[in-house]
Design a protein. Structure first.
Length: 174
């Protein structure tokens, strides 16, 4: 009798855990995707759409549009660039072209000095922002591009250090 009770307890435990896998498999529904609006549906926010884009021009779910189409936000364009001048999608600008934002440039760098697209600067060149430098480091001391500093060197920000840690007490890379 004792072994039958133990066996019954084991069977009860297995059934509580979902059984032996012999039950019919129920179809699972992705409730998040099922709740999203299809392309063409009316919307008020990107998060409502299966396309992840509620187009601001007509408040409908749709995929990004091609160059030349109307837009209000960069995300509405396949090129990820909506002109702030004429509110149309356009391709990124080449180096030398006038710009106002990094995203407008094919190089993803709009110079803060002359507002033109350009490639990243090499070490020693004057800079205002880390993103302007090929090394991704614009010195806060002399505003020039430079490589990351080694341990022991003076610093103000973590990004200045090769270790990515500038001691807030010693102001030195560690």
């Amino acid at each position: 009798m004792h072994s039958n009770t133990a066996f019954s307890v084991v069977l009860l435990f297995i059934s509580l855990l979902g059984g032996f896998g012999c039950v019919e498999h129920e179809e699972q529904v992705d409730t998040y995707t099922a709740a999203l609006l299809p392309a063409g549906a009316s919307c008020t926010a990107d998060s409502q759409c299966i396309t992840s884009l509620c187009f601001s021009v007509d408040h409908s779910c749709r995929p990004p549009v091609q160059n030349g189409a109307g837009c209000n936000r960069d995300v509405e364009c396949a090129s990820r660039l909506c002109s702030s001048f004429d509110h149309s999608c356009r391709p990124p600008l080449p180096n030398g072209a006038g710009c106002n934002r990094d995203v407008e440039c094919a190089s993803l760098l709009c110079s803060s000095f002359d507002h033109s697209c350009r490639p990243p600067l090499q070490n020693g060149a004057g800079c205002n922002r880390d993103v302007e430098c090929a090394s991704l480091l614009c010195s806060s001391f002399d505003h020039s591009c430079r490589p990351p500093l080694q341990n022991g060197a003076g610093c103000n920000r973590n990004v200045e250090c090769a270790s990515n840690f500038c001691s807030p007490v010693q102001h030195a890379c560690q």
